[in-house]
Design a protein around this ligand. Structure first.
Ligand code: NA7
Length: 553
């Protein structure tokens, strides 16, 4: 018998990340299952995406009463959203309110980046290492690292020679940035660029936007929430949430009015006009087959191009802003406040870098097509290494020394977006292959957390110490995800959904398109059937039953 004490603290579950997912995991696993949970979080505060993305104008693109947690009545009833679309500071306040309500802070170690995790086949446990030297061991490891948590940093020649400041929207200084009197460049016109450009233009001396791909965006029609609206929502939360869970994307968007071939185009036009004035993302969904039929999509796309030409005074600028490179909706549709109007301001200009890319940064600014543009500050609104970026940066070592980054070198493979073969007792919240990126992410997070907690509870009850997604189930799921995507227009866009925004990243569609409702049903059936598609070792009884069911599937 050895007298040595294991120097590594041991928990039931280690969680990576303290955004909405990490916080809910603590509550669910600790308070409902009675487990000992440890969370490591890179930031000096909780909130994940909403902790880092503090750029001017940062705001959620889903309505506040949808983009919020549904599992706790007290939180729902006590919290008061002030705007239809919540701003980043308000969402971060909400995250902190939730964390206090659930009393989770004691389980979270901040300022600690997980660098590696190794599975020990002798004990069926994971040992997690971090950049601070802290480590932890646990039977289960759950990644809650978020979808948009690793900024994609472009590498322009001469970047380090630029004499002014360079900021990335996804890693914004916490003290804020004062652009008053400054000449500012913004590179990138996705959601982050589209939200920040009008706000930066309010204070900067000049704003020059460098646009590689013109982006479709529709008006947010954001406004304050009235007390009556808040009361009405709070009264009907139960029904609303249930409808969201039973919907395609986990949020109540206005449905389509019919397929392109079947509807009167005058009616379509009228409906597009109505939705343009306030329906946010539903604007692109007037035609039910907008994401399946290129004719339908062309009609919707042209409507937005016409709007751009109506709004923007200078026809040459309007032409540059017209999106032509992808079907509307196949990249996440930003919703904006005064984006196109901002180009009518004298101190705002647009430089297309579609055909003449940025040559280099210089000490004074940015050189394009032989011309130097001078700036005091440059904002990179260049997006994220989405969905897999955070996982790729951690050295996950599974059975037989297999590394996740090697296993996923040709593209992420998962079973249900929740687990991956060779990595036992490891679950991914909002992982690639789940519907998360196409849905109200909070709805997906809640589902994943609850499903994982139920599964852990099942494993413990059965005395199963080791579970793993089978290669066969993973292959079937990954193929199914790809086949569903291929039935739509999504793969035609060079989007972050496809990994196309990061040089060298495999082009694999990263989400299950079949809808949150169908996904939930499928996961529930798998649970009811004893978790076919997973191996079960170390247990008896239930485990044997599960294996028998798995063999039949
Ligand atoms: P996005 O949507 O990925 O947009 C990034 C933008 O940056 C996009 O316009 C890119 O052009 C542009 N970009 C990226 N790299 C470069 C380089 N090297 N040179 C020039 N331009 C570049 O990220 P966001 O942060 O705006 O939004 C991400 C999500 O957050 C969004 O979908 C919402 O869900 C919230 P490209 O289109 O690739 O030609």
């Amino acid at each position: 018998m050895s007298n040595t004490i294991d120097p590594i603290p041991t928990y039931d579950v280690v969680v990576i990340g303290a955004g909405f997912a990490g916080i809910y995991l603590v509550h669910k696993l600790r308070d409902d299952l009675g487990l000992d949970v440890k969370v490591f979080e890179r930031g000096a505060g909780i909130g994940g995406t909403w902790y880092w993305n503090r750029y001017p104008g940062a705001r959620c693109d889903l309505e506040s009463d949808s983009y919020s947690l549904s599992f706790n009545d007290e939180i729902e009833q006590e919290w008061n959203w002030t705007e239809r679309y919540a701003s980043q500071p308000e969402i971060l306040r909400y995250v902190n309110f939730v964390a206090d309500k659930l009393d989770v802070r004691g389980n979270i170690e901040l300022n600690t980046t997980v660098t590696g995790a190794v599975f020990d086949e002798g004990t069926d446990t994971w040992t997690v290492t971090t950049d601070t030297g802290a480590s932890a061991r646990a039977r289960y490891l759950v990644s809650a690292t978020g979808i948009l948590s690793v900024p994609s940093m472009p590498t322009f020649e001469g970047m380090d020679t630029f004499a002014g400041e360079i900021y990335h929207t996804g890693d914004w200084p916490h003290e804020g940035v004062d652009f008053t009197g400054k000449r500012v460049a913004v590179i990138g016109t996705g959601s982050s660029g589209i939200q920040s450009i009008p706000v930066i233009a309010e204070e900067a001396a000049s704003v020059t936007v460098f646009q590689r791909t013109a982006t479709f965006t529709v008006p947010a029609a954001n406004r304050p929430m009235t007390e009556n609206e808040r009361k009405a929502t709070k009264r009907s939360y139960k029904q609303l949430r249930e409808q969201m869970r039973r919907s395609q994307v986990g949020v109540l968007l206005e449905p389509g009015i019919g397929n392109f071939a079947d509807v009167d185009l005058r009616v379509v036009r009228g409906e597009l006009e109505r939705r343009w004035r306030g329906a946010g993302m539903s604007t692109s969904m007037v035609l039910s087959d907008n994401l399946r039929s290129i004719e339908a999509n062309n009609y919707t796309s042209q409507f937005v191009r016409d709007k751009i030409n109506e709004i923007v005074d200078d026809p040459a600028v309007a032409k540059m802003l017209e999106p032509h490179d992808y079907p509307i909706g196949t990249k996440r549709l930003p919703i904006d406040t005064n984006y196109y109007d901002t180009f009518n301001r004298d101190h705002v200009s647009l430089v297309s870098i579609r055909d003449t890319p940025i040559e280099r940064f210089s000490p004074a600014g940015i050189v394009v097509d032989g011309r130097e543009h001078e700036f005091d500050a440059i904002v990179l609104a260049t997006g994220f290494d989405a969905a897999t970026g955070a996982l790729d940066r951690i050295q996950f070592e599974g059975v037989d020394g297999r590394l996740m980054k090697d296993e996923w070198a040709e593209g992420a493979k998962s079973y249900l977006g929740l687990a991956s073969p060779g990595f036992p007792n490891f679950f991914t919240v909002t992982g690639p292959g789940s519907p998360a990126i196409l849905t109200n992410v909070i709805g997906s997070i809640e589902h994943h957390v609850e499903w994982i907690a139920d599964y852990i509870s099942y494993l413990r009850a059965a005395g199963i110490t080791r579970t793993e997604a089978t290669p066969e189930a993973t292959e079937r799921w990954t193929t199914h995800v790809a086949e569903l995507a291929a039935m739509t227009l999504y793969p035609t866009a060079a989007s972050w959904y496809m990994g196309a925004n990061v040089p060298g990243k495999p082009r694999v569609f990263l989400a299950y398109i079949g809808g949150l409702h169908n996904y939930r049903d499928r996961c529930e059936k798998i649970a009811t059937d004893g978790y076919p598609g997973f191996t079960h070792d170390g247990g008896t009884g239930l485990a044997a039953r599960a294996e028998a069911v798995a063999a039949e599937v």
